[in-house]
Design a protein around this ligand. Structure first.
Ligand code: SF4
Length: 799
């Protein structure tokens, strides 16, 4: 008889040393039911729910009964490590007696994460950007050379060839000397395919019950039908709020002149690539002359240059084709992969697909880069990810403005023909209204364009002093974070050290912040999601302004305009949704455990005055809301007085233990990202851009819960009122948001007649985002004429 869920949960909870949690039990039942019914599930589970156990147990139950693996995809390496290193071994041990055998599991990663034996044996040419052509000082070349020598020695002894096992790690450049992308791999024609580390690892994964991978690998597998993952009918996506961004980044293509030059060089004597090289030079010259930003249609001059690149690449492709499969070798395959990429990307831009957005960015290191990305991945996800398996999406942040609709819309679950799904919020084990205050500094002026106002800087100083340090400052721009850090260093002196993103590696900064209660850490987007510092080291989170997408973000503005064109509210569907997600994540940095206490301070009055304020407020954890500055300062001081020592800062989480025992010592290789080694070299390059985030997540500060906590945890709101009746401004009814239609969220607070500073700010934001007059009038609840007149008075250019 198959094991029942309750007994499996009971055994698993005992195995991990946990206790019954209502939210966890509710989630496990819902996941079990979703798998049984085949209906997709979006489940929001707050920090502390124990959600990995709540999906792993039903997933294992199903995998063992059905004889098919379940796949779990995460956004960060940190979560992968936690699941494979910490959760699964204990759950598997605990479930073995119930299931009659020990469930098995494994981690599946991209090809670039493994040594390529054929390359080690000399089957590929040396990467020309690698060992000796680094174009840097000799010392750097020497260091990379030493790393490669060490890699070759390690290759003789490793049993798995996994980069994560190398102690210490090596630079990306050195690693590229011993690894290949999926496109460069010779596949079944490789003379070493039988011994290949990647192939052996994939073969092992076919026989396990749970496969853990990352969002991008899962997405490439689904989109390109590569079948890199074994057949499966259940997919769990954890950190699901990240999925759309990860997928978009995975399928964003780019083209530069140097990329064309590199592809031409790789052809060597196998093909005449001179025309392609010349076309690449022309392309680079042209791209350098364009300003940054979105291209509304490809200008003729650029189209001509792209056509030359594409046609030249096509002719090289024909020359590179081997006469017989046996004539293909590593050098030829590397050249073919590079030229194919040039051809495909130039062709894609020229094709002008209806939903593709094309833009130029100026990269300080690489110069002008032409990029192309889909405006929306919703339909792709609907067809390829949700099409033929049951999907469970989970995160602490999926419900925005009190509804799952906006997230479901971005995932392709809404609209005609959408699949069956349900949304469930299992809540949080924390008592948010008693543990935290949401403070809006309503006396401040609305944030302007010229950085932090003197009043905002004064407010930061007063708050930080009251908190005795212990502050995580989340800023919407690097400039603001740096300005605030510099100013606070001058004002606070040595008593309260202020660290700032960019001073050092993020991981080092977070560890310093966590290790000393007096220390503050200021930074930007990376910190909004990746910091996990429980205990007294973080009792104040400051958010300088609502994190709308940058007005010049080509994808956000294109999405917004498209939704407006279809009659929806682009501002709410794109900008407000983006901001709500980030705010929820940022505010969520404060309370990580049941005994954490603190304040989230918003220095942006639009949190209570703007028409979308209700939507944003409803997206936050239900902290106790106030704009009473005196009360907040008193609470912060009290918390500082009774603060327990900070929790011990442990060494970074170790990486996974896969199904095969390891021989090498294990340590996190901080320069490795699982996602840097997916299908193609281009994908790998793109994904390296998110390495900083992953590296941060990877060294998530783990505590074992054994550290000291406040002896007398401060109830910071001694008579905490009912959060539902005590909002600063009454929160608004949830405004369902999707990509096609967004009802207005009415104002939480409507200022007096006339244009307030907040109205002007919203108007400016809207103009920056490319909103039209009608939409702005709708958004501001004013006649079109009035909006047009005000825009003119402010010198705003509105379409
Ligand atoms: S199959 Fe591919 S990855 Fe494996 S050894 Fe051969 S070329 Fe390298």
């Amino acid at each position: 008889m198959p094991a029942d869920l309750d007994s499996l949960m009971h055994a698993a909870i005992g195995g991990v040393g946990g206790s019954d949690r209502p939210g966890q039990a509710k989630m496990a039942r819902a996941v079990d039911q979703a798998i049984a019914s085949g209906s997709h599930l979006l489940v929001q589970a707050g920090t502390g729910t124990g959600k990995s156990l709540a999906y792993l147990v039903p997933a294992i139950k199903h995998a063992v009964a059905a004889g098919q693996p379940a796949v779990v995809a995460t956004a960060t390496l940190a979560l992968q490590a936690q699941i494979v290193d910490r959760d699964l071994p204990r759950i598997a041990d605990a479930l073995a007696p119930e299931l009659g055998r020990r469930p098995t599991y494994g981690l599946v990663k991209g090809r670039r994460n493994y040594l390529c034996l054929h390359k080690i044996e000399g089957g590929y040419p040396e990467d020309e950007e690698g060992l000796f052509e680094v174009g840097e000082v000799d010392r750097a070349a020497g260091r990379i050379g030493e790393e490669v020598v060490r890699l070759r020695e390690w290759a003789q002894e490793t049993e798995t060839g996994e980069r994560d096992e190398l102690v210490p790690g090596v630079s990306e450049r050195a690693w590229r000397q011993v690894s290949v992308s999926a496109e460069e791999c010779l596949g079944s024609k490789c003379p070493m395919v039988q011994e290949c580390f990647v192939e052996r690892s994939r073969a092992r994964a076919k026989n396990v019950d749970v496969i853990v991978t990352n969002h991008s690998f899962m997405a490439i597998d689904a989109f390109e039908g590569r079948q890199m993952l074994p057949e499966h009918d259940v997919l769990v996506v954890d950190e699901a709020h990240e999925l759309v961004d990860r997928v978009t980044s995975t399928i964003t293509d780019e083209l530069t002149g140097p990329m064309v030059a590199t592809a031409a060089r790789r052809c060597g004597r196998m093909a005449d690539a001179s025309a392609m090289r010349e076309a690449g030079e022309l392309l680079q010259e042209l791209l350098g002359g364009f300003p940054e930003g979105r291209l509304m249609g490809v200008p003729d001059s650029l189209a001509l240059a792209l056509a030359r690149v594409r046609d030249a690449a096509r002719s090289v492709q024909s020359e590179l084709k081997p006469a017989t499969p046996a004539d293909n070798d590593g050098a030829r395959q590397v050249a073919r992969a590079a030229v194919d990429e040039i051809f495909d990307n130039a062709d894609r831009v020229l094709e002008g697909r209806e939903l593709d957005v094309v833009w130029i960015s100026q990269d300080p290191r690489r110069g002008a880069v032409l990029r192309v990305a889909p405006m929306s991945v919703a339909m792709l996800l609907r067809d390829k990810v949700f099409g033929d398996r049951t999907v469970v999406m989970t995160s602490a942040t999926l419900e925005l403005g009190g509804t799952f609709d906006s997230v479901a819309g971005t995932l392709g679950l809404r609209g005609e023909g959408g699949p069956q799904w349900t949304g469930l919020d299992v809540g949080s084990p924390f008592d948010y209204p008693r543990q935290a205050i949401a403070y809006v500094a309503s006396q401040l002026p609305a944030p302007g364009r010229d950085g932090l106002s003197p009043a905002a800087l004064d407010e930061i100083e007063v708050l930080v002093r009251a908190a005795g340090g212990r502050t995580l400052g989340l800023f919407s721009s690097t400039r603001a974070a740096k300005a605030a850090a510099e100013e606070m260093r001058t004002r606070l002196g040595d008593d309260i050290p202020v660290l700032c993103q960019g001073d050092d590696q993020i991981t080092t900064l977070v560890r310093q912040f966590a290790a000393d209660g007096r220390t503050c850490l200021f930074g930007t987007m990376t910190l909004w999601q990746g910091v996990d510092v429980p205990g007294s080291a973080c009792q104040l989170v400051i958010i300088d302004r609502i994190p709308f997408p940058r007005p010049d973000d080509p994808l956000a503005s294109a999405r917004s305009q498209e939704i407006a064109r279809r009659g929806g509210n682009g501002f709410m569907a794109v900008s407000a949704t983006h901001a709500a997600l980030r705010l929820a994540q940022g505010a969520g940095r404060l309370i990580r455990r049941g005994d954490d206490r603190g304040v989230v301070a918003f220095l942006d009055t639009r949190m209570v005055t703007a028409r979308y304020a209700g939507f944003l407020q409803k997206s936050l954890p239900p902290f106790w809301p106030t704009s009473d500055r005196a009360l907040v300062l008193k609470a912060l001081k009290r918390l500082d007085e009774v603060a327990a020592p900070v929790l011990p800062v442990h060494e970074p989480a170790r990486l996974h233990q896969s199904v095969k025992p390891k021989t090498a010592a294990r340590q996190r290789n901080t320069s490795a990202t699982a996602e840097s080694a997916l299908g193609s070299a281009a994908a790998a390059d793109r994904l390296e851009q998110s390495a900083a985030y992953d590296a941060l997540g990877d060294t998530l500060l783990m505590t074992d819960g054994a550290g000291p906590v406040a002896e007398e945890p401060a109830a910071i709101t001694p008579e905490a009122p009912d959060p539902e009746t005590a909002r600063v401004s009454e929160p608004q009814v949830a405004a369902p948001v999707d990509e096609s239609e967004v009802p207005q969220a009415p104002a939480a607070y409507v200022p007096a007649d006339g244009w307030s500073a907040e109205d002007d700010e919203e108007l400016r934001d809207g103009a920056d985002l490319g909103l039209g007059l009608a939409e702005l009038a709708d958004h501001l609840d004013r006649p079109v004429d009035a909006v047009a007149a005000r825009a003119e008075a402010l010198g705003l250019d509105i379409a």
